[in-house]
Design a binder for this molecule. Structure first.
Ligand SMILES: C[S@@+](CC[C@H](N)C(=O)[O-])C[C@H]1O[C@@H](n2cnc3c(N)ncnc32)[C@H](O)[C@@H]1O
Length: 341
């Protein structure tokens, strides 16, 4: 297969495995290629890189999504003069027999060749939370982190409002943190988050013991767990965090994605950041990076005004270079800012 066709098929693969919207696929390029090719090998290749890809077979996207994608692919094939492709119709028949579920999987391909597989909810809001799906700001933050891995390397990272875990799992797989503390406050989110971390091959540490202490000749010795990074999941509500929790956390770096969307939540978040920086044992405030989507300019302005009011400095970080997760850059403005005291 020619390099350009291979690249086109890989573009389909990356978008399909992460279940990106069908409108974001390079359909016009595919049509163009099909017009000039004499056989169906490109379509067969795309089929095997998407619906029949081993990751999708093991961790499938929603039935609705696969049906929609395949219907589109079949339309493209039928617009050519090529012979009917049984494999396309057999695969569609197979999907039509499947029942729709409230859960689906998404597989995000990392530049290292690894992937992050997440079990997500099909509805963007369910069980009274927005935390059961991955939001584009989480992809934005992870892309930036992958390009700036030294910020995380060998450091203790605390993520606020982790949702179901995309950013943290991607950072843990690519940026070599010393420890990564995922956190959220919603029970269903925490349960799904924990399952997703394990699904990606990590073993969780108990929340409060990051190390095992042994008595040895009267001295305390830390026995480090074999796994690096050490991953923990903390139940943390910004509105009611305790002193003990704050003392236990001690992060070098704090990150959060898509947590600036509601004025009430924003105030609690800023309060949490203020407290976290005053509870550092060494007096050094942690670095803070927050990524969010500007949906409502008023919420964004209120966030900035509240930070200014309490003297937390912030700056917008220039956009990173590489697009890895192919989210829609044009439909929203994504902002990543870092904080200083
Ligand atoms: C829009 S979701 C973002 C999830 C994830 N970071 C992402 O970008 O995909 C917001 C998350 O913040 C969490 N959250 C909201 N208010 C919170 C609070 N007071 N304390 C802790 N987490 C909170 C929600 O449970 C939810 O998981």
């Amino acid at each position: 297969m020619a390099a350009a066709e291979e690249e086109l098929a890989l573009g389909f693969q990356r978008r399909f495995l992460a279940a990106r919207p069908l409108r974001s696929f390079p359909w016009p390029e595919l049509e163009q290629k099909l017009k000039t090719s004499s056989d169906s090998s490109l379509l067969v290749d795309i089929l095997h890189k998407t619906i029949l890809h081993p990751l999708c077979v093991k961790y499938p996207s929603s039935v609705k999504y696969r049906r929609g994608f395949l219907t589109e692919l079949i339309k493209k094939h039928e617009s050519t003069t090529a012979e009917p492709l049984d494999e396309l119709y057999d695969t569609l028949a197979d999907i039509l027999n499947k029942e729709e579920s409230t859960h689906c999987y998404k597989n995000y391909l990392l530049p290292t060749g690894e992937s992050v597989t997440l079990s997500e909810n099909v509805a963007i809001i369910s069980r009274g939370t927005t935390g059961l799906v991955t939001w584009d700001a989480a992809l934005h933050l992870a892309e930036w982190a992958i390009e700036n891995s030294t910020v995380f390397s060998n450091r203790t990272v605390l993520e606020l409002g982790s949702g179901i875990g995309f950013t943290g799992i991607a950072i843990s797989k690519t940026c070599n943190p010393k420890a990564y503390i995922f956190s959220d406050y919603h029970h269903c989110v925490l349960k799904q988050l924990t399952e997703n971390i394990c699904l990606n091959g990590f073993v969780l540490e108990p929340e409060t013991t990051n190390h095992i202490e042994m008595q040895s000749q009267g001295q305390k010795v830390e026995v480090m767990n074999y796994q690096k990074p050490k991953l923990t999941v903390a139940e943390l509500d910004w509105g009611s965090v305790t002193e003990k929790q704050l003392m236990d956390l001690q992060p070098d770096v704090i990150i959060a994605a898509d947590v600036v969307y509601d004025p009430e939540i924003t105030l609690a978040l800023i309060g949490m950041l203020q407290k976290l920086s005053t509870y550092r044992a060494d007096g050094k405030p942690p670095e803070v990076y927050i990524a969010f989507t500007v949906r409502n300019p008023d919420t964004y302005h209120q966030f900035k005004a509240e930070l200014d009011k309490i003297g937390i400095g912030w700056q917008i970080i220039p956009a990173h270079r590489n697009s890895i997760f192919l989210y829609d850059l044009h439909s929203n403005e994504y902002i990543l800012c870092s904080f200083s005291r």
